[in-house]
Design a protein around this ligand. Sequence first.
Ligand code: V1S
Ligand code: CA
Ligand code: ZN
Length: 378
Amino acid sequence: LPNALRAQPLFICYTRNNLYLPWGHLLLPYLYPHQSEHASMVHTLIESYGLLKYMRVVEPSAPSRRELAAFHSDDYLEHLEQVSRDGDDDHPESQLYGLGYDCPTTEGVFECAASVAGGTLAAAGSLMDGSCDVALNWPGGWHHAKKDEASGFCYVNDIVLGILKLREKFERVLYIDLDLHHGDGVEDAFSFTPKVMTVSVHKFSPGFFPGTGGIDEVGMGKGRYFALNVPLQDGITDDKYFYACHTVLQDVFVTFNPEVVVCQLGADTLAGDPMCSFNLTPRGIGRCLQSILEWRLPTLVLGGGGYHQPNTARCWAYLTAVILGQTLSPEIPEHQYFTEYGPDYMLDITPSCRTDKNDQQYLDNLIARVRANLKNAS
Ligand code: V1S
Ligand code: CA
Ligand code: ZN
């Protein structure tokens, strides 16, 4: 990283609230029984690599109902708060609000989803008051939640709330979504405005959640061509992924001229993730992040998916080091969760032996079409 960027004060915030165990509720305790330790594994690895001393750690406060209502409807918030209070997973109206299969209403789910949003709002606030240049909230990144609907493990859309807050100060916000899934909730929220450009890179294939994010989805009304989608196929590896992201994002930077950037860096694109789709390593995602940081704009960095816990922690610890311009030891340091990193106990992830269904012709055609869409935004 350029020295000037390295010297900037950085800010990191976590919603490590033992009372609400955010990840335990948000990521399906029955499906991922150890998920409540997920946020803790990420934080502990970052801490054990000695990275906290380079950052300001902030304990965010819970957002008010008014802050959440900047995006979500009062009815939805009211209902979510009520079923969360009662732990009622069988309320007759819950289905109307998307609550159920992917988004169960465990007791306390409202507080935990709200506390994650509090982290993202605090991070956005630090960028706005100029107290940092890069703000991190790894527990954030819940891109599927809609105004009045929970979706895909997401109850409160902390990203939309963060962007709305950033818009109070910054004229043009660029949202970049590198999670495996299409960032539909964020795209929908801003599809009518030319002030927020959304770019999502994701797997797009029949039957794959959420089913949106085709290349011809470009926004609507005044926001037409201010939503870009980069749909990819299974098996993509670091070099091709970086090529696609870098080419598209450099063009977006020049055309849209953003004042602030928000990045969702879900780690479900990694080799070995149970989503079993892309074949990336943290280094591939790190190259994309580094090229974004080189724009030297205020940047809000968020997490998202990532269902192989040790690999997600490896990835986000590595990306934290990329932001800080630090080099990490290739061996995982001894710490509370050390045994989870076996059998190799190394930081790097080896790509799997899988077919990459994105041949060069597919990628070149894709990039040409994304560029053609982007041209209309200038
Ligand atoms: N892919 C996937 C997936 N897996 C599950 C799931 C599996 C077992 C369970 F007990 C509960 C849920 N749900 C899904 C997806 C949602 C993925 C959300 C990704 C979130 C993120 O990584 O982007 C981070 C924010 N849901 C579906 O595929 C929906 C269904 C279509 C699955 C089938 N059922 C019957 C209806 C809903
Ligand atoms: Ca995405
Ligand atoms: Zn995802």
